[in-house]
Write a protein that binds this ligand. Structure first.
Ligand code: DSN
Length: 414
Protein backbone atom coordinates (compact mmCIF):
# COMPACT_ATOMS: atom_id res chain seq x y z
CA UNK A 1 0.00 0.00 0.00
CA UNK A 2 2.94 2.36 0.60
CA UNK A 3 4.05 1.99 -3.04
CA UNK A 4 0.50 2.52 -4.23
CA UNK A 5 -0.03 5.60 -2.06
CA UNK A 6 3.10 7.29 -3.35
CA UNK A 7 2.43 6.51 -7.04
CA UNK A 8 -1.33 6.94 -7.10
CA UNK A 9 -2.80 8.45 -3.94
CA UNK A 10 -6.20 8.82 -5.59
CA UNK A 11 -6.62 5.07 -6.18
CA UNK A 12 -4.90 4.24 -2.86
CA UNK A 13 -7.46 6.39 -1.03
CA UNK A 14 -10.35 4.68 -2.82
CA UNK A 15 -8.96 1.23 -1.93
CA UNK A 16 -8.62 2.28 1.69
CA UNK A 17 -12.22 3.53 1.70
CA UNK A 18 -13.42 0.26 0.17
CA UNK A 19 -11.51 -1.72 2.82
CA UNK A 20 -13.18 0.39 5.51
CA UNK A 21 -16.58 -0.13 3.86
CA UNK A 22 -16.11 -3.91 3.67
CA UNK A 23 -14.97 -3.90 7.28
CA UNK A 24 -17.83 -1.78 8.64
CA UNK A 25 -20.79 -3.36 6.84
CA UNK A 26 -22.80 -6.52 7.21
CA UNK A 27 -22.15 -7.93 3.75
CA UNK A 28 -24.96 -10.23 2.66
CA UNK A 29 -24.50 -10.33 -1.11
CA UNK A 30 -24.87 -14.05 -1.75
CA UNK A 31 -22.09 -14.19 -4.35
CA UNK A 32 -19.45 -12.37 -2.27
CA UNK A 33 -17.01 -13.28 0.48
CA UNK A 34 -13.76 -12.19 2.17
CA UNK A 35 -10.62 -14.00 1.00
CA UNK A 36 -7.73 -14.75 3.34
CA UNK A 37 -4.55 -12.69 3.44
CA UNK A 38 -2.76 -15.59 1.76
CA UNK A 39 -5.19 -15.52 -1.18
CA UNK A 40 -4.83 -11.73 -1.41
CA UNK A 41 -1.03 -12.04 -1.40
CA UNK A 42 -1.07 -14.51 -4.30
CA UNK A 43 -3.55 -12.34 -6.22
CA UNK A 44 -1.33 -9.28 -5.93
CA UNK A 45 1.87 -11.08 -6.94
CA UNK A 46 4.49 -11.04 -9.72
CA UNK A 47 2.53 -13.73 -11.54
CA UNK A 48 0.47 -10.92 -13.03
CA UNK A 49 3.56 -10.13 -15.14
CA UNK A 50 3.61 -13.42 -17.03
CA UNK A 51 1.98 -14.64 -20.24
CA UNK A 52 1.37 -18.41 -20.49
CA UNK A 53 -0.90 -19.33 -23.40
CA UNK A 54 -1.28 -23.10 -23.50
CA UNK A 55 -1.10 -25.66 -20.74
CA UNK A 56 1.69 -26.95 -18.49
CA UNK A 57 4.49 -28.43 -20.58
CA UNK A 58 2.97 -27.06 -23.79
CA UNK A 59 3.13 -23.27 -23.80
CA UNK A 60 3.68 -20.71 -26.51
CA UNK A 61 6.09 -18.54 -24.49
CA UNK A 62 9.26 -19.41 -22.58
CA UNK A 63 9.91 -18.86 -18.88
CA UNK A 64 7.15 -21.12 -17.58
CA UNK A 65 9.23 -23.08 -15.03
CA UNK A 66 7.27 -21.80 -12.05
CA UNK A 67 3.97 -21.03 -13.76
CA UNK A 68 3.69 -24.66 -14.91
CA UNK A 69 4.23 -25.81 -11.33
CA UNK A 70 1.62 -23.35 -9.98
CA UNK A 71 -1.02 -24.39 -12.53
CA UNK A 72 -0.32 -28.11 -12.05
CA UNK A 73 -0.62 -27.79 -8.26
CA UNK A 74 -3.86 -25.86 -8.67
CA UNK A 75 -5.31 -28.53 -10.99
CA UNK A 76 -4.31 -31.39 -8.74
CA UNK A 77 -5.80 -29.65 -5.67
CA UNK A 78 -9.07 -29.02 -7.55
CA UNK A 79 -9.27 -32.67 -8.69
CA UNK A 80 -8.52 -33.97 -5.23
CA UNK A 81 -10.92 -31.60 -3.40
CA UNK A 82 -13.87 -32.32 -5.69
CA UNK A 83 -12.94 -35.87 -6.75
CA UNK A 84 -12.97 -34.84 -10.42
CA UNK A 85 -11.25 -36.66 -13.28
CA UNK A 86 -10.11 -33.44 -14.92
CA UNK A 87 -9.94 -29.74 -14.06
CA UNK A 88 -9.27 -26.64 -16.12
CA UNK A 89 -8.41 -23.67 -13.89
CA UNK A 90 -7.96 -21.07 -16.63
CA UNK A 91 -11.48 -19.62 -17.16
CA UNK A 92 -11.47 -15.92 -16.28
CA UNK A 93 -14.78 -16.23 -14.44
CA UNK A 94 -18.12 -18.05 -14.47
CA UNK A 95 -19.54 -16.61 -17.70
CA UNK A 96 -16.43 -17.42 -19.80
CA UNK A 97 -16.35 -20.87 -18.18
CA UNK A 98 -19.91 -21.50 -19.30
CA UNK A 99 -19.27 -20.07 -22.76
CA UNK A 100 -16.38 -22.52 -23.10
CA UNK A 101 -18.82 -25.35 -22.35
CA UNK A 102 -21.08 -24.19 -25.20
CA UNK A 103 -18.05 -23.96 -27.50
CA UNK A 104 -16.91 -27.44 -26.50
CA UNK A 105 -20.20 -29.19 -27.26
CA UNK A 106 -22.51 -27.04 -29.39
CA UNK A 107 -22.84 -25.35 -32.72
CA UNK A 108 -24.81 -22.10 -33.04
CA UNK A 109 -28.51 -22.86 -33.22
CA UNK A 110 -28.32 -26.04 -31.12
CA UNK A 111 -30.97 -26.45 -28.45
CA UNK A 112 -29.84 -25.84 -24.87
CA UNK A 113 -31.86 -25.92 -21.68
CA UNK A 114 -31.47 -24.20 -18.32
CA UNK A 115 -33.35 -22.62 -15.43
CA UNK A 116 -34.83 -19.26 -16.50
CA UNK A 117 -33.32 -16.13 -14.97
CA UNK A 118 -36.58 -15.00 -13.30
CA UNK A 119 -36.86 -18.40 -11.62
CA UNK A 120 -33.34 -18.17 -10.18
CA UNK A 121 -31.21 -19.31 -13.12
CA UNK A 122 -28.16 -17.57 -14.57
CA UNK A 123 -27.93 -15.37 -17.67
CA UNK A 124 -25.51 -17.85 -19.26
CA UNK A 125 -27.96 -20.76 -19.02
CA UNK A 126 -29.85 -19.52 -22.10
CA UNK A 127 -31.48 -16.25 -21.01
CA UNK A 128 -32.51 -14.23 -24.06
CA UNK A 129 -30.28 -11.18 -23.60
CA UNK A 130 -27.16 -13.31 -23.17
CA UNK A 131 -25.06 -14.82 -25.96
CA UNK A 132 -26.28 -18.19 -24.67
CA UNK A 133 -29.85 -17.25 -25.50
CA UNK A 134 -29.13 -15.58 -28.83
CA UNK A 135 -26.57 -17.88 -30.52
CA UNK A 136 -28.36 -21.02 -29.32
CA UNK A 137 -31.98 -22.14 -29.29
CA UNK A 138 -32.57 -21.83 -25.57
CA UNK A 139 -35.41 -23.55 -23.78
CA UNK A 140 -35.98 -22.44 -20.20
CA UNK A 141 -37.58 -24.38 -17.38
CA UNK A 142 -38.97 -22.72 -14.26
CA UNK A 143 -40.18 -23.44 -10.77
CA UNK A 144 -43.60 -24.55 -9.60
CA UNK A 145 -46.06 -21.75 -8.89
CA UNK A 146 -47.25 -23.33 -5.62
CA UNK A 147 -43.88 -24.30 -4.07
CA UNK A 148 -41.38 -22.16 -6.03
CA UNK A 149 -39.24 -25.30 -6.27
CA UNK A 150 -37.83 -26.82 -9.44
CA UNK A 151 -40.20 -29.45 -10.77
CA UNK A 152 -38.04 -32.25 -12.17
CA UNK A 153 -41.08 -33.81 -13.86
CA UNK A 154 -41.45 -30.58 -15.83
CA UNK A 155 -37.72 -30.60 -16.60
CA UNK A 156 -37.99 -34.21 -17.84
CA UNK A 157 -41.06 -33.53 -20.00
CA UNK A 158 -39.45 -30.46 -21.56
CA UNK A 159 -36.16 -32.29 -22.15
CA UNK A 160 -37.98 -35.20 -23.81
CA UNK A 161 -39.81 -32.78 -26.08
CA UNK A 162 -36.92 -30.43 -26.91
CA UNK A 163 -33.97 -32.87 -26.89
CA UNK A 164 -31.37 -30.29 -25.75
CA UNK A 165 -27.68 -30.73 -26.50
CA UNK A 166 -26.83 -29.22 -23.09
CA UNK A 167 -28.85 -29.42 -19.90
CA UNK A 168 -27.84 -26.94 -17.17
CA UNK A 169 -28.59 -27.28 -13.46
CA UNK A 170 -27.84 -24.52 -10.96
CA UNK A 171 -28.36 -20.79 -10.80
CA UNK A 172 -27.94 -17.59 -8.84
CA UNK A 173 -31.03 -17.57 -6.63
CA UNK A 174 -31.74 -21.19 -5.78
CA UNK A 175 -32.20 -21.56 -2.01
CA UNK A 176 -32.74 -25.33 -2.03
CA UNK A 177 -30.67 -28.48 -2.59
CA UNK A 178 -30.13 -29.28 -6.27
CA UNK A 179 -30.86 -32.88 -7.19
CA UNK A 180 -27.95 -33.57 -9.48
CA UNK A 181 -28.57 -37.32 -9.79
CA UNK A 182 -32.09 -36.72 -11.12
CA UNK A 183 -30.83 -34.17 -13.66
CA UNK A 184 -28.17 -36.65 -14.80
CA UNK A 185 -30.81 -39.30 -15.37
CA UNK A 186 -32.87 -36.89 -17.51
CA UNK A 187 -29.78 -35.84 -19.49
CA UNK A 188 -28.85 -39.49 -20.10
CA UNK A 189 -32.37 -40.32 -21.27
CA UNK A 190 -32.45 -37.52 -23.86
CA UNK A 191 -28.78 -37.71 -24.86
CA UNK A 192 -27.83 -34.30 -23.43
CA UNK A 193 -24.53 -33.23 -21.92
CA UNK A 194 -25.30 -32.50 -18.27
CA UNK A 195 -23.64 -29.33 -16.95
CA UNK A 196 -23.85 -28.60 -13.22
CA UNK A 197 -23.15 -24.93 -12.52
CA UNK A 198 -22.18 -24.84 -8.84
CA UNK A 199 -20.86 -21.26 -8.80
CA UNK A 200 -22.83 -20.38 -5.67
CA UNK A 201 -22.44 -23.61 -3.76
CA UNK A 202 -18.96 -24.87 -4.68
CA UNK A 203 -17.62 -24.21 -1.16
CA UNK A 204 -20.53 -26.17 0.29
CA UNK A 205 -19.93 -29.00 -2.20
CA UNK A 206 -16.19 -29.04 -1.41
CA UNK A 207 -17.01 -29.38 2.28
CA UNK A 208 -19.64 -32.08 1.75
CA UNK A 209 -22.42 -29.81 3.00
CA UNK A 210 -24.26 -29.97 -0.35
CA UNK A 211 -24.40 -33.17 -2.45
CA UNK A 212 -21.71 -33.20 -5.11
CA UNK A 213 -22.56 -33.17 -8.82
CA UNK A 214 -19.16 -34.62 -9.73
CA UNK A 215 -20.26 -38.28 -9.89
CA UNK A 216 -23.26 -37.32 -12.04
CA UNK A 217 -22.37 -34.42 -14.32
CA UNK A 218 -20.46 -34.46 -17.60
CA UNK A 219 -19.15 -31.00 -16.76
CA UNK A 220 -19.10 -29.01 -13.52
CA UNK A 221 -18.68 -25.28 -13.85
CA UNK A 222 -17.96 -22.89 -11.02
CA UNK A 223 -16.73 -19.48 -10.07
CA UNK A 224 -14.11 -19.51 -7.38
CA UNK A 225 -14.96 -16.47 -5.26
CA UNK A 226 -18.34 -17.20 -3.68
CA UNK A 227 -18.71 -19.87 -0.98
CA UNK A 228 -15.39 -21.36 -2.15
CA UNK A 229 -13.70 -18.17 -0.83
CA UNK A 230 -11.04 -17.88 -3.51
CA UNK A 231 -10.00 -15.15 -5.93
CA UNK A 232 -12.37 -13.92 -8.63
CA UNK A 233 -12.14 -16.59 -11.31
CA UNK A 234 -13.70 -19.65 -12.88
CA UNK A 235 -13.02 -23.35 -13.14
CA UNK A 236 -14.33 -26.30 -15.13
CA UNK A 237 -14.20 -29.92 -14.08
CA UNK A 238 -15.28 -32.84 -16.23
CA UNK A 239 -15.18 -36.52 -16.95
CA UNK A 240 -11.94 -37.67 -18.59
CA UNK A 241 -13.77 -38.29 -21.88
CA UNK A 242 -14.54 -34.55 -22.15
CA UNK A 243 -11.13 -33.29 -20.99
CA UNK A 244 -9.74 -32.56 -24.44
CA UNK A 245 -12.89 -30.78 -25.62
CA UNK A 246 -13.02 -28.59 -22.51
CA UNK A 247 -9.33 -27.68 -22.61
CA UNK A 248 -9.48 -26.83 -26.31
CA UNK A 249 -12.60 -24.75 -25.82
CA UNK A 250 -10.98 -22.65 -23.05
CA UNK A 251 -7.70 -22.25 -24.94
CA UNK A 252 -7.33 -21.60 -27.83
CA UNK A 253 -11.10 -21.61 -28.34
CA UNK A 254 -12.13 -18.72 -26.14
CA UNK A 255 -9.35 -17.19 -24.11
CA UNK A 256 -5.75 -16.04 -24.45
CA UNK A 257 -3.25 -16.18 -21.61
CA UNK A 258 -4.48 -17.42 -18.26
CA UNK A 259 -4.41 -15.02 -15.30
CA UNK A 260 -1.56 -16.71 -13.46
CA UNK A 261 -1.89 -14.60 -10.30
CA UNK A 262 -5.49 -15.79 -10.07
CA UNK A 263 -4.42 -19.41 -10.64
CA UNK A 264 -1.92 -19.13 -7.77
CA UNK A 265 -4.55 -17.57 -5.50
CA UNK A 266 -7.01 -20.30 -6.45
CA UNK A 267 -4.41 -22.94 -5.56
CA UNK A 268 -4.12 -21.32 -2.12
CA UNK A 269 -7.90 -21.17 -1.69
CA UNK A 270 -8.24 -24.84 -2.68
CA UNK A 271 -5.63 -25.76 -0.08
CA UNK A 272 -7.60 -23.79 2.52
CA UNK A 273 -10.85 -25.43 1.39
CA UNK A 274 -9.38 -28.89 2.03
CA UNK A 275 -8.95 -28.19 5.75
CA UNK A 276 -11.18 -29.22 8.64
CA UNK A 277 -11.54 -25.55 9.51
CA UNK A 278 -13.13 -24.89 6.12
CA UNK A 279 -15.44 -27.85 6.55
CA UNK A 280 -16.66 -26.36 9.85
CA UNK A 281 -16.97 -22.98 8.14
CA UNK A 282 -19.25 -24.43 5.44
CA UNK A 283 -21.44 -26.11 8.06
CA UNK A 284 -21.74 -22.75 9.84
CA UNK A 285 -22.65 -20.91 6.59
CA UNK A 286 -25.72 -23.13 6.29
CA UNK A 287 -26.52 -22.97 10.02
CA UNK A 288 -26.36 -19.18 9.81
CA UNK A 289 -28.59 -19.06 6.73
CA UNK A 290 -31.17 -21.25 8.45
CA UNK A 291 -31.01 -19.10 11.61
CA UNK A 292 -31.40 -15.91 9.57
CA UNK A 293 -34.30 -17.42 7.61
CA UNK A 294 -36.06 -18.47 10.83
CA UNK A 295 -35.56 -15.03 12.38
CA UNK A 296 -36.88 -13.37 9.21
CA UNK A 297 -39.90 -15.68 9.16
CA UNK A 298 -40.56 -14.70 12.80
CA UNK A 299 -40.60 -11.06 11.69
CA UNK A 300 -43.15 -11.56 8.94
CA UNK A 301 -40.86 -11.72 5.91
CA UNK A 302 -42.04 -13.95 3.06
CA UNK A 303 -39.24 -16.27 2.01
CA UNK A 304 -39.30 -18.05 -1.34
CA UNK A 305 -39.73 -21.78 -0.57
CA UNK A 306 -40.15 -20.80 3.09
CA UNK A 307 -36.45 -21.02 3.95
CA UNK A 308 -33.13 -22.38 2.74
CA UNK A 309 -30.95 -25.49 2.50
CA UNK A 310 -27.78 -23.60 1.58
CA UNK A 311 -26.19 -20.16 2.01
CA UNK A 312 -28.91 -18.23 0.16
CA UNK A 313 -32.27 -16.71 1.07
CA UNK A 314 -34.64 -15.15 -1.44
CA UNK A 315 -37.24 -12.85 0.10
CA UNK A 316 -40.41 -11.47 -1.50
CA UNK A 317 -41.16 -8.06 0.04
CA UNK A 318 -44.63 -7.68 -1.50
CA UNK A 319 -46.32 -8.33 1.85
CA UNK A 320 -44.12 -5.62 3.44
CA UNK A 321 -45.38 -3.10 0.86
CA UNK A 322 -41.92 -2.12 -0.30
CA UNK A 323 -40.00 -2.87 -3.50
CA UNK A 324 -36.73 -4.77 -3.45
CA UNK A 325 -34.81 -1.77 -4.73
CA UNK A 326 -36.11 0.69 -2.13
CA UNK A 327 -35.46 -1.87 0.61
CA UNK A 328 -31.94 -2.65 -0.64
CA UNK A 329 -31.01 1.04 -0.77
CA UNK A 330 -32.40 1.73 2.72
CA UNK A 331 -30.62 -1.35 4.10
CA UNK A 332 -27.35 -0.24 2.51
CA UNK A 333 -27.71 3.16 4.19
CA UNK A 334 -28.19 1.29 7.47
CA UNK A 335 -25.01 -0.79 6.97
CA UNK A 336 -26.57 -3.97 5.52
CA UNK A 337 -25.41 -4.69 1.98
CA UNK A 338 -27.43 -7.03 -0.24
CA UNK A 339 -28.99 -6.94 -3.70
CA UNK A 340 -32.52 -6.47 -4.98
CA UNK A 341 -33.64 -9.49 -6.94
CA UNK A 342 -36.56 -10.76 -8.96
CA UNK A 343 -38.63 -13.47 -7.32
CA UNK A 344 -40.37 -16.27 -9.27
CA UNK A 345 -43.41 -14.97 -11.18
CA UNK A 346 -42.45 -11.41 -10.27
CA UNK A 347 -44.93 -8.83 -11.53
CA UNK A 348 -42.36 -6.05 -11.20
CA UNK A 349 -39.47 -5.25 -13.59
CA UNK A 350 -35.94 -6.68 -12.99
CA UNK A 351 -34.51 -3.20 -12.30
CA UNK A 352 -37.07 -2.63 -9.54
CA UNK A 353 -38.23 -6.11 -8.55
CA UNK A 354 -40.18 -7.44 -5.58
CA UNK A 355 -37.39 -9.22 -3.77
CA UNK A 356 -34.03 -9.14 -2.09
CA UNK A 357 -31.38 -11.86 -2.12
CA UNK A 358 -29.31 -12.63 0.94
CA UNK A 359 -26.28 -14.86 1.53
CA UNK A 360 -24.34 -15.80 4.65
CA UNK A 361 -20.90 -16.75 3.27
CA UNK A 362 -19.15 -13.42 3.98
CA UNK A 363 -20.58 -12.80 7.45
CA UNK A 364 -19.73 -16.39 8.41
CA UNK A 365 -16.13 -15.83 7.26
CA UNK A 366 -15.83 -12.99 9.77
CA UNK A 367 -17.16 -15.23 12.54
CA UNK A 368 -20.83 -14.29 12.88
CA UNK A 369 -23.01 -17.06 14.29
CA UNK A 370 -26.69 -17.62 15.10
CA UNK A 371 -27.12 -14.75 17.63
CA UNK A 372 -25.79 -12.25 15.08
CA UNK A 373 -28.24 -13.64 12.49
CA UNK A 374 -31.17 -12.87 14.78
CA UNK A 375 -29.83 -9.35 15.31
CA UNK A 376 -29.47 -8.85 11.54
CA UNK A 377 -33.07 -9.97 10.96
CA UNK A 378 -34.24 -7.51 13.60
CA UNK A 379 -32.33 -4.63 11.99
CA UNK A 380 -33.71 -5.62 8.59
CA UNK A 381 -37.27 -5.62 9.89
CA UNK A 382 -36.82 -2.14 11.38
CA UNK A 383 -35.32 -0.69 8.19
CA UNK A 384 -37.87 -2.28 5.85
CA UNK A 385 -40.66 -0.85 8.03
CA UNK A 386 -39.13 2.64 7.83
CA UNK A 387 -37.23 2.99 4.52
CA UNK A 388 -37.16 6.80 4.66
CA UNK A 389 -36.16 7.14 8.33
CA UNK A 390 -32.59 8.38 7.92
CA UNK A 391 -31.90 8.86 11.66
CA UNK A 392 -32.90 5.21 12.22
CA UNK A 393 -30.59 4.11 9.41
CA UNK A 394 -27.71 6.12 10.89
CA UNK A 395 -28.32 4.62 14.34
CA UNK A 396 -28.37 1.07 12.97
CA UNK A 397 -25.28 1.72 10.82
CA UNK A 398 -23.49 2.79 14.02
CA UNK A 399 -24.59 -0.35 15.87
CA UNK A 400 -23.43 -2.43 12.92
CA UNK A 401 -20.00 -0.76 12.93
CA UNK A 402 -19.69 -1.66 16.62
CA UNK A 403 -20.67 -5.28 15.96
CA UNK A 404 -18.31 -5.56 12.98
CA UNK A 405 -15.41 -4.22 15.03
CA UNK A 406 -15.77 -7.31 17.25
CA UNK A 407 -15.45 -9.61 14.21
CA UNK A 408 -12.50 -8.36 12.12
CA UNK A 409 -12.77 -9.29 8.46
CA UNK A 410 -9.90 -11.52 7.28
CA UNK A 411 -7.46 -9.85 4.93
CA UNK A 412 -8.44 -6.31 5.93
CA UNK A 413 -6.24 -4.11 8.10
CA UNK A 414 -8.08 -0.95 9.02
N1 DSN B 1 -23.25 -12.15 -10.34
C1 DSN B 1 -23.35 -13.46 -9.75
C2 DSN B 1 -24.31 -13.49 -8.62
O1 DSN B 1 -24.44 -12.48 -7.94
O2 DSN B 1 -24.93 -14.51 -8.37
C3 DSN B 1 -23.65 -14.50 -10.76
O3 DSN B 1 -22.98 -14.27 -11.93
Amino acid sequence: MTALSSVDPEIADLLALEARRQSDKVRLIASENYVSKAVLAATGSVLTNKYSEGYAGKRYYEGQQYIDAVESICISRAKSLFGADHANVQPYSGSPANLAVYFAFCKPGDTVMGLGLPAGGHLTHGWNVSISGTYFRAVQYGVRKDTHRIDLDEVRDLARKEKPRLLFAGGTAVPRTIEFAAYAEIAREVGAIFVADIAHISGLVAAGVHPSPVPHADVVSTTTHKTLRGPRGGMLMCKETHAKAIDRAVFPGLQGGPHNHTTAALAVALREAATQEFQKYAVQIVANAKALAAAMNDRGFTLITGGTDNHLILCDLTSKNISGKIAAKALDAAGIELNYNSVPFDTRKPFDPSGIRIGTAAVTTRGFREPEMVQIAEWMAQVVAAPADEPLHRRIAGEIRELCAKFPAPGIDC
